[in-house]
Design a protein around this ligand. Sequence first.
Ligand SMILES: Cc1cc2nc3c(=O)[nH]c(=O)nc-3n(C[C@H](O)[C@H](O)[C@H](O)COP(=O)(O)OP(=O)(O)OC[C@H]3O[C@@H](n4cnc5c(N)ncnc54)[C@H](O)[C@@H]3O)c2cc1C
Length: 474
Amino acid sequence: MVDVLVIGGGNAALCAALMAREAGASVLLLERSPREWRGGNSQHTRNLRCMHDAPQDVLVEAYSEEEFWQDLLKVTGGKTNEELARMAIRASSTCRPWMVRHGVRFQPSLSGALHTARTNAFFMGGGKALVNAYYRSAEALGVQVRYDSPVQHIELREGEFVAAWTGSAGSQERIEARTCVLAAGGFESNREWLREAWGVDEHGDHPADNFLIRGTRYNTGELLRFMLDAGADAVGDATQAHMVAIDARAPLYDGGICTRIDCVSLGVVVNRQARRFYDEGEDFWPKRYAIWGRLVAKQPGQIAYSIIDAKAVGRFMPPVFPGVRADTLPELARALKLDESTFMQTVVAYNAACRPGQFDHTRLDDCRTEGLTPAKTHWARPLDTPPFYGYPVRPGITFTYLGLKVDKASRVHFGGRPSRNLFVAGEMMAGNVLGQGYTAGVGMSIGTAFGRIAGTQAAAAAGFTQQEAALAHA
Ligand SMILES: Cc1cc2nc3c(=O)[nH]c(=O)nc-3n(C[C@H](O)[C@H](O)[C@H](O)COP(=O)(O)OP(=O)(O)OC[C@H]3O[C@@H](n4cnc5c(N)ncnc54)[C@H](O)[C@@H]3O)c2cc1C
């Protein structure tokens, strides 16, 4: 019988598998996807948010525990577990040498990458390279990896893991293990579940039908559903998710980072009625980009248009699809099929409300509107310099926050009691820290911290102590 069974094949699963194996446990990892698509959403990532008290290789200045915590507190509106959040924050300051040992390489933040040189360490080659490095290292250490291995359900006895069932309808296989780590992602790719969670809006639409899934098609949440039905303690709410405004022309799955539209704070955003609906300049884009998917989800038809003029070009990461271009604003309205007169009223009112200021996109500058609702509180400059561009945007769901409640040891709980041998990591428990909102790079901070904890704890529960794990890291 294998010591530690890891279910999932992304960052959290790989961190758990590596830690358990380093502690001396035998490890089997079951990845639902074929080999070519391995790595879940983690393959799309670019960076990790890291606490550091002084400049470190690719990170400039300092980013203290307190500042990281305050950032998290702000974006979550207090819907976070401080003890677990601080664990993830502290772990982010020490995990990188371990990551490097397993082949991950870092690079300084790219220009246009959301002012992140101080807070986020970028993976050289992106998440795909990170995932590949971890798989290589895991295989070299003797972790068994099986692809095309979806786990449909597990057997539990009084809150303890007994076995997992994998395979397709015709050929089911039962796999026993001493302990198990669940790291099978959220349910963002399950369109039925999203539909059920989001219901019908005031316009009579199912908003979720218009969502695009930014990452893997394999995170359908069947294990999460199974665990919730089996009485595991839940955290979070099914409608809370990391949701970004992405190009409406993006594919349904795996559009990844290049479909994100990052020019919101440089212009205005209007809905299909050609009206603005939110302060585009509320805060720095890394602290706000993840609310825009949700904001667009609440608009009629779940579509909006990010409008900029020539002054914004070159100041944001260029998306994969070019913007719709026009030499005049009325022409742009027509090209975007927006009502021309409402669009012009919106833009003229916005332009007139912009107060002169010193434009500076690297700080919360004094360029703001006056007497306009909703206000634009920073980086407000008139849209007056042709050519003009419009990007149609839709809600792009990154990952869902409904998950399993954990404690410091990342144990699954049933009726408030921790399981002895069942652990969970990554998106499946990120809702403990992220009740709502997001700040760039924290998904990987949580997945890396709790993936490593879950792996260590699972190995310990199988008889391989943390002390041995610590020795393996000495
Ligand atoms: C486009 C994009 C960009 C992102 N950029 C960043 C970033 O730069 N920084 C950051 O911190 N976060 C980023 N994120 C979020 C980040 O991807 C997640 O927080 C993190 O990858 C979650 O890791 P995970 O291991 O929990 O899930 P995943 O990496 O999604 O892995 C889940 C795994 O479980 C497998 N699986 C699912 N169901 C089953 C089953 N029933 N049986 C077996 N296996 C199963 C899947 O195939 C997959 O391998 C990004 C996400 C996307 C989509």
